[in-house]
Ligand binder design. Structure first.
Ligand code: HPA
Length: 272
């Protein structure tokens, strides 16, 4: 997808609303309840926006929400795009690039993930401190778009240390239990075998999921600070592996949602 297409999508959105948006938010599977903490001022269906990929996974197209959380101007993607749905990586990250052109200065991401670390419990929140990219393609492959960023973006601080410190401060104050660790991103859509979970743990991952890393790569390419949280929706360490259903994942995500919401609201409250 070209820079012109990103500009056309952003231009169309700006023809509808001039709402400010300082933080972009992508909420993960079963975690869209954060929209309830939001004062929504504008809602734009993905189907309206030129070149916007249409999300299929929840059976409804997705929407971009503009408004405020704790008085802080945000744009939230209701409905994220996954590689396993059949999109190209460039389609998966298209909305992140559009949000950057709309003016976001940081990106917050949540996802549902399997817990590889033996100390993790269901519905724990894990701050992502680093990632391992196991996706088969990269959103930056192909001709670089210099207007967005450089050819070889640095990844030494993919997850912003100051935002992690802020999250830890809020969690300590609010009594929110937090884990912290490395997120491995796999293509899916099947879940992993026990041998694959073991391998992921051996190579240094604490949680595994099917999203987030493409968006984070695109965001870092544009020098956007990123904050990301996994909600642990199933346990994948030896002896704890069980058959997983989407219902279980959604239920564990739902359980964690009030804590996640308090964390994000607390962080945005302190963000200018
Ligand atoms: N593996 C991959 N993706 C996931 C998992 C998992 O165990 N749980 C939620 N998303």
């Amino acid at each position: 997808m070209t820079f012109q297409q990103i500009e056309e999508a952003a231009g169309y959105i700006r023809s509808i609303t001039d709402a400010p948006c300082t933080t972009g938010i992508i909420s993960g599977t079963g975690l869209s309840g954060l929209a309830q903490a939001m004062r929504i001022e504008h809602s734009i269906s993905y189907t309206q926006i030129p070149h916007f990929p249409i999300s299929t996974v929840e059976g409804h197209p997705g929407r971009l929400l503009f408004g405020t959380i704790a008085g802080h101007p945000v744009v939230m993607m209701q409905g994220r795009l996954h590689y396993y749905e059949g999109y190209t990586m460039q389609q998966v990250v298209f909305p992140v690039r559009v949000m950057k052109l709309l003016g976001i200065r940081q990106l917050f991401v949540s996802n549902a993930a399997g817990g590889l670390h033996p100390d993790f419990a269901l519905s724990d929140l894990m701050l992502i401190s680093d990632h391992i990219n196991l996706q088969p393609d990269n959103p930056l492959r192909g001709t670089n778009i210099p207007a967005l960023g450089e050819r070889f973006p640095d990844m030494s601080e993919a997850y912003d240390p100051q935002l992690i410190a802020l999250a830890e401060k809020i969690a300590a104050r609010e009594g929110i239990k937090l884990q912290k660790g490395v997120y491995a991103s796999v293509p899916g859509p099947n879940l992993e075998t026990p041998a694959e979970y073991r391998m992921l743990s051996i190579i240094g991952a604490d949680a595994v999921g099917m999203s987030t890393v493409p968006e984070v790569i695109a965001a870092r390419h544009m020098h956007l600070p990123v904050f990301a949280v996994s909600v642990i929706t199933d346990l994948c360490s030896p002896g704890k592996i069980q058959k997983i259903t989407l219902e279980d994942v959604l239920a564990a995500a739902r359980n964690a949602e009030p804590q996640l919401e308090r964390l994000i609201v607390g962080m945005l409250w302190e963000t200018v």
